[in-house]
Design a protein around this ligand. Structure first.
Ligand SMILES: Cc1ncc(COP(=O)(O)O)c(C=O)c1O
Length: 455
């Protein structure tokens, strides 16, 4: 074995370790090392070649407050010097404070949290709580969604091509459509449709055994990686009625849409609907350290005073990660970031809509807050997708990835590494008008790559 303190670490050595010794997420394993990032600040990051680039994806919609905010770095250092972590059967100050903060910022009587390490774990906890609370097995999820990479979360990620390779299932699943008005699965138009997508859920619950069998429905309030799908205003209030009718729990996965991303603390705030369980990660610590949380309404939390809570993890409520979160959350308030997301989000949507007018490959532009998607099509009139679903997980020519590659050459990162035909723009919530203009200018050039595929 080599001396572990003195591992060769030239650029070429590091490149080789990346290629030979590391798994890259959700992709064919590359034959070349990805670009190495050496530093980041605000909305920009710097790669090893010394080039500064614009982060218009907030690192998969996580770094909401921007990179390397010293207030959070200092809080992490302070906590690490005192107590990095301790067994979860003990209390720590950061965990207690974070639990209270989450109860304060989330809607309604959501009040008791299980604090884990990331989004997929938050969803696993939510599903287990849902099963334990209702005593029922069946879960509803919606097509075109992503809930995480672990077995149950991936099973619930219906229609996300990343799940097609999965062999083991994790829950008894029934899948229902999204309120995806641009490609309505019922062939309807909003508002004449009378929200067929919610009526369908009602009927499916009945056919699946209703209150005797169906435990919950999990959804992204604004769908992220699968295409920035924003529901019509009546969707969630009506879904709440259906769920109440059958005693089915609503699980809002706010892993991407939470923490100001859509211009409110949580996307569910737009419709004044309180879910029974809400999951979060990403903007909770903004990537400064890994953390996820599952928060439940009071009556659900109270149940577990009498019923055994059958879930846990060694690092649940990790003290230093919780300290990062307790430093991050006040920054949203102090710096007015949620208001900025609403304001700059409207501007970003306006500028992105101009790209739709200009580029034949942009079929639809939609979004809420700083969460804006451009859907690529072959033909604007017919709405034929620029690439069929299956082709997107096969190697070969992929128009969206051609755009992403061009963006990389031009010095910008957007959210393109996902299975939909949608490129998402989701800069940190500190973004300014000038930076949006800069990002839109780069996007304008990169979209020419997709225009080449238009028929
Ligand atoms: C909506 C949603 N849920 C869950 C996850 C999984 O989160 P993580 O990657 O932290 O496990 C993601 C990740 O992108 C997501 O977008």
């Amino acid at each position: 074995m080599i001396d572990l303190k003195n591992i060769p670490s030239s650029k070429e050595d590091l490149d080789q370790y990346e290629v030979e010794n590391n798994f890259q997420s959700w992709t064919f394993q590359p034959s070349q090392s990805p670009l190495r990032v050496v530093s980041a600040r605000g909305v920009r990051f710097t790669t090893e070649d010394g080039r500064e680039r614009l982060d218009f994806s907030s690192c998969f919609v996580s770094h909401n407050i921007g990179h390397q905010d010293p207030r959070v770095v200092d809080a992490i250092c302070e906590q690490a010097k005192t107590l990095t972590s301790f067994a979860p059967s003990f209390s720590t100050r950061p965990r207690a404070l974070l639990s209270k903060m989450l109860a304060e910022i989330t809607p309604g009587d959501l009040s008791r949290s299980f604090i884990s390490l990331g989004g997929t774990e938050a969803n696993e906890a939510a599903i287990k709580i849902c099963h334990q609370f209702t005593g029922r097995r069946k879960m509803l999820a919606r097509y075109r969604t992503y809930h995480g990479g672990t077995a149950t979360s991936m099973t619930l990620s219906s229609g996300d091509a990343r799940g097609w390779a999965q062999v083991l299932g994790g829950t008894e699943l029934v899948t229902v459509p999204q309120p995806y008005c641009y490609r309505c699965m019922f062939g309807q138009k909003y508002p004449q449709c009378d929200l067929q997508c919610v009526k369908y859920v009602d009927e499916v619950i009945e056919l699946e055994g209703g209150e005797g069998k169906v435990a919950g429905i999990i959804f992204e309030p604004v769908t992220g990686a699968n295409g920035i799908i924003v529901p019509p205003p009546e969707y969630f209030p009506k879904l709440r009625e259906v769920c109440d009718k059958w005693g089915v729990l609503m699980i809002a996965d706010e892993v991407m849409s939470g923490f100001g991303r859509t211009g409110k603390w949580f996307a569910m705030n737009h419709w004044n609907v309180v879910p029974d369980i809400m999951t979060m990660a990403k903007g909770l610590t903004c990537g400064y350290l890994p953390l996820g949380a599952t928060i439940v309404r009071k009556h659900i939390g109270d149940r577990f005073k009498e019923q055994f809570f059958a879930h846990g993890a060694t690092y649940a409520g990790h003290a230093t990660a919780c300290a990062a979160a307790t430093a991050v959350l006040p920054i949203y308030q102090e710096d007015g970031l949620i208001e900025n997301s609403e304001k700059m989000g409207a501007y970003l949507l306006e500028k992105a809509s101009e790209l739709k007018e200009k580029h034949p490959s942009v079929g639809d532009v939609r979004g809420l807050g700083l969460f804006v998607g451009l859907e690529l099509v072959k033909n604007k009139k017919t709405r034929e997708p620029i690439m069929p679903l299956k082709a997107r997980i096969e190697s070969g020519v992929n128009p969206k990835l051609a755009v992403a590659k061009k963006l990389g050459e031009l010095g910008m990162m957007a959210m393109a590494a996902n299975p939909s035909n949608v490129i998402a723009l989701a800069p940190p919530l500190i973004v300014t008008k000038d930076e949006i203009d800069e990002g839109i200018g780069i996007m304008d050039q990169a979209l020419e790559m997709a225009d080449a595929f238009v028929e």
